[in-house]
Write a protein that binds this ligand. Structure first.
Ligand SMILES: Nc1nc2c(c(=O)[nH]1)N[C@H]1C(S)=C(S)[C@@H](COP(=O)(O)OP(=O)(O)OC[C@H]3O[C@@H](n4cnc5c(=O)[nH]c(N)nc54)[C@H](O)[C@@H]3O)O[C@H]1N2
Ligand SMILES: Nc1nc2c(c(=O)[nH]1)N[C@H]1C(S)=C(S)[C@@H](COP(=O)(O)OP(=O)(O)OC[C@H]3O[C@@H](n4cnc5c(=O)[nH]c(N)nc54)[C@H](O)[C@@H]3O)O[C@H]1N2
Ligand SMILES: [Mo]
Length: 771
């Protein structure tokens, strides 16, 4: 018998087709105009050979090889759920008593699932918070540098997270859109909390039809779809700040700055202006200065600056620009340029970040409340900046700076992860592997034997969303979607909520954790809360049963002609509607940031040479700039064992793209297997070439599961193609402490030895329990 169940994921909404208890197919949500192909991988993922079928404990951990032991190479031993729950509870109790709650690292960064009740990280943090506390992580890998910076400059992170100036306003009023990093459609395939409607392509097509001119500044022409007719200006990665400073130089020297706006709405223009003109350091930031840095001809920089001064313009940048050395600077300078041109708050103009980074950015929609699990308090209040995990593990008690604060790292004894994968997302995995050894116990709630599970001590098998009921919701999407349970849990997998409830019981707080609700009671409870919030804002919503039966609820579309421009009220009256910055104005110079005394993030935007870029001395040895971008064929590491990712690989290895001339200079041709390497590590990749990729740049998507030739040995070749064995692990600056994966130099050579098998999608070595 075939059953059809409405369901949703970060990568789209669909009907699950179930036969004889197995997921056999998917059908895209009928209301989604551009569903994309990622959902097609679902049956492979749910029934993958590498599902964790029952609880396991690392054999070495049971035998006492804990702190100081390199993880990744040991066999695992199956245990019963009862035993696993007891081991975890005992360990949690012991470590809290001996070392205090902050020695449990429960930051658990990661995307988890689209379902908002079973959201694994929220469940784990609720459990750890109610149980006495933990050390968390602040900000996101996506845009940590920006999250620290933008409140100082614009008083808000809405320019990053939404609500941003919407496409309706841009299309109506702007004539040109400057897109640093382009507007890649592949990144619009996903959205945290799931997409009901993939909207980016709708808006881009409308904009192109309306004649909006796109100027794409990026190393990769494919970052904007052809049919946008964008002008492509190639730029060396990591040098956008120099370009923007030079554009400011042109605008000032031509007297085209908006003096009235700078005087009434901004502070610090005198300081930034002096820097642009080179009055303090003797270096005018002219187009002639920026040309050799960026490789953009000075005349082109001058023309671009004058065009933006002449026609209504919207400025944007992809999030990846700030996941780089001193990544705060291009973001600050882009906001400064928008201010110098007087664009901020003008209808359909200004600056916002990420129109090309995720689905639904700039989606015209009514502000409907999102459906979510309420956050719980962490009684320790302890956290680290999101990407400082290796530093934390290496330096218990060590001091560091972050956004004006002096902080100390905790002494971590337990690492506990649910819904994220540090062996996917973190940089310099060989360094992480060494630091990871400093933990006594590593607990992973996972669905698959991915690199996190393989590097854990206690592995608790989690259900996928298809094995439970939930509700998907995103602040960037018009649809609330029911996720019906489609199949029974695979093997002994359990819901994160249920396994944590059992551990809470051992520790004496089950009822506080569950509030005596089961799954259905929770969903009804959260739904009623959401309905109340909707009612307060005047939205009519169905009751739970009608919603569940229908499978989705659609927020009413915005009225025709309705459009939204961010900062329009501030522009109209900056005294009555000040920004939430220290001065209430746009800060081109920030006294607050300057007072921190950071030379890697001073009081106004500056050009600082990245540690790794094509202009650096190391480029002699490692002459290719590696951009490890978001994959078109999966979400991060999720979906990697599925058919969509598989068809893109070359002999099972992750593709790496070079300019044909760079390939030829190395004697390489498309389809070759290559070794990509630098001082931090090496991986294999399958070669592709593209004349639309700038010379000197290599592109390799993230997400191929880490597969070291010798598991547990730092520096071992990743035979599958995970670029994070190559990327540097250093904070963007003391201000943001964000990840800086995009500042990475490598070299590529032909792989001439026998091709080692990819084992990433098979379970690890499993042994029976020791007597
Ligand atoms: N080099 C480089 N590295 C990067 C980036 C880059 O651009 N370059 N980008 C960074 C960015 S922006 C991000 S956001 C991160 C993404 O990093 P992550 O969010 O950590 O990546 P995911 O692979 O989505 O990890 C989610 C994990 O949760 C598991 N999971 C899903 N649902 C459930 C569930 O219900 N229960 C449990 N227990 N587990 C579940 C999945 O199996 C998966 O292993 O990567 C970062 N890393
Ligand atoms: N299909 C799919 N979509 C995704 C994700 C996924 O895993 N899969 N992940 C989601 C997540 S978590 C996030 S945070 C977003 C991230 O969204 P982004 O950070 O915007 O994504 P990236 O793919 O890293 O980069 C976008 C483009 O920026 C360009 N670029 C890189 N460096 C530079 C530079 O120095 N200067 C200029 N001018 N351009 C540069 C590159 O050519 C690249 O193609 O994507 C989201 N969307
Ligand atoms: Mo992200």
């Amino acid at each position: 018998m075939t059953e059809i169940k409405p369901h949703a994921a970060h990568w789209g909404s669909f009907d699950a087709v179930v036969k004889d208890g197995r997921l056999v197919g998917v059908r895209p949500f009928a209301r989604d105009p551009f569903p994309g192909s990622l959902i097609e991988a679902m049956p492979d993922i749910v029934h993958a050979a590498c599902r964790v079928d029952r609880p396991y404990v690392r054999k070495g951990w049971l035998e006492g090889r804990r702190r100081g032991h390199l993880r990744g190479g040991d066999a695992f031993v199956p245990v019963s759920w009862d035993r696993a729950v007891r081991l975890v509870a005992e360990e949690t109790r012991r470590v809290r008593a001996e070392h205090g709650p902050a020695s449990i690292f429960g930051g658990s960064y990661g995307w988890s699932s689209a379902g908002r009740f079973h959201h694994a990280r929220s469940q784990l943090q609720r459990f750890l918070g109610l149980g006495g506390g933990y050390t968390g992580q602040i900000n996101a890998y996506s845009y940590a540098a920006a999250q620290a910076l933008l409140p100082h400059v614009l008083g808000t992170n809405e320019v990053l997270l939404g609500r941003v100036t919407d496409w309706a306003a841009i299309i109506r009023h702007a004539k040109v859109m400057l897109c640093l990093g382009g507007l890649p459609l592949r990144n619009g395939l996903v959205c945290s909390g799931g997409a009901g409607e993939h909207a980016n392509e709708i808006h881009l097509r409308r904009a192109a039809e309306a004649g909006l001119r796109f100027v794409q500044v990026s190393p990769n022409r494919a970052d904007v779809p052809d049919w946008c007719g964008a002008e492509w200006i190639p730029i060396r990665p990591g040098t956008d700040t120099a370009l923007l400073l030079a554009m400011a130089h042109v605008i000032v020297t031509e007297g085209r700055e908006d003096r009235a706006f700078l005087a009434s709405h901004c502070v610090g223009w005198d300081r930034l202006r002096a820097y642009v003109l080179g009055q303090g350091d003797g270096t005018p930031k002219s187009p002639e200065w920026a040309a050799p840095i960026t490789t953009i001809p000075a005349a082109r920089i001058r023309a671009l600056a004058l065009e933006l001064a002449a026609v209504p313009a919207m400025l944007t940048a992809t999030w990846s620009l700030q996941r780089a050395d001193f990544g705060e600077q291009p973001y600050w300078m882009l906001a400064a340029l928008a201010a110098i041109l007087g664009l901020i708050g003008k209808p359909g103009q200004g600056v916002a970040y990420g129109y090309g980074s995720v689905n639904g950015m700039g989606n015209p929609r009514q502000e409907v409340p999102s459906f979510s699990m309420p956050a719980t308090r962490n009684p320790t209040g302890a956290f680290i900046p999101v990407a400082r995990i290796t530093d934390m593990l290496e330096n218990p008690g060590g001091a560091y700076h972050f956004n004006g604060r002096e902080c100390r790292y905790p002494d971590t004894r337990i690492i506990w992860w649910a819904g994220g994968n540090p062996f996917h997302h973190h940089q310099d995995l060989n360094r992480l592997l060494r630091a990871w050894a400093n933990a006594e116990t590593i607990i992973a709630q996972e669905q698959h034997w991915n690199a996190l599970a393989r590097h854990a001590d206690i592995v608790l098998p989690a259900t996928t969303t298809l094995e439970r009921n939930d509700i998907a919701s995103s602040g960037r999407d018009r649809f609330l979607r029911a996720m019906h349970k489609a199949i029974e849990p695979v093997g002994q997998a359990r819901n994160d909520h249920d396994m944590l409830a059992d551990i809470a019981e051992e520790l004496g707080f089950r009822d506080r954790f569950t509030e005596q609700r089961n799954e259905e009671a929770w969903l009804r409870h959260l739904f009623e809360q959401w309905r109340r919030h909707c009612a307060e804002r005047g939205f009519e919503t169905p009751d739970f049963d009608s919603f569940w039966e229908a499978g989705f609820w659609e927020a009413p579309p915005p009225a025709r002609g309705q459009e939204y421009t961010q900062f329009s009220e501030f522009r109209a009256d900056p005294e009555a509607n000040p920004l939430d910055t220290a001065t209430g104005k746009v800060e081109l110079f920030s006294e607050t940031v300057a007072s921190f005394g950071y030379d890697d993030a001073p009081g106004h935007p500056v050009w600082i040479e990245p540690r790794e870029w094509l202009g650096a001395r190391q480029a002699e040895r490692f002459p290719l700039h590696l951009l490890s971008f978001q994959p078109a064929t999966r979400l991060h590491g999720q979906l990697d064992p599925g058919r969509v990712a598989a068809t893109d690989k070359i002999a099972g290895r992750e593709p790496i793209t070079l300019n044909p001339e760079d390939a030829a200079a190395r004697g390489l041709k498309p389809g070759d297997i290559v070794r990509v390497f630098n001082e931090r590590g090496a991986c294999l990749g399958g070669l592709r070439t593209d004349p639309g990729l700038m010379r000197g740049v290599a592109m390799m998507a993230t997400g191929a599961w880490f597969d070291p030739l010798e598991p547990g040995v730092p520096g071992s070749l990743c035979v599958h193609g995970n670029p994070n064995v190559l990327t540097p692990d250093v904070g963007t600056s003391r201000l943001g402490q964000g990840p800086s994966a995009q500042s990475c130099l490598v070299e590529v050579e032909k792989w001439t030895e026998a091709l080692p098998p990819v084992r990433a999608h098979l379970p690890p070595r499993i042994e029976e329990a020791p007597a």
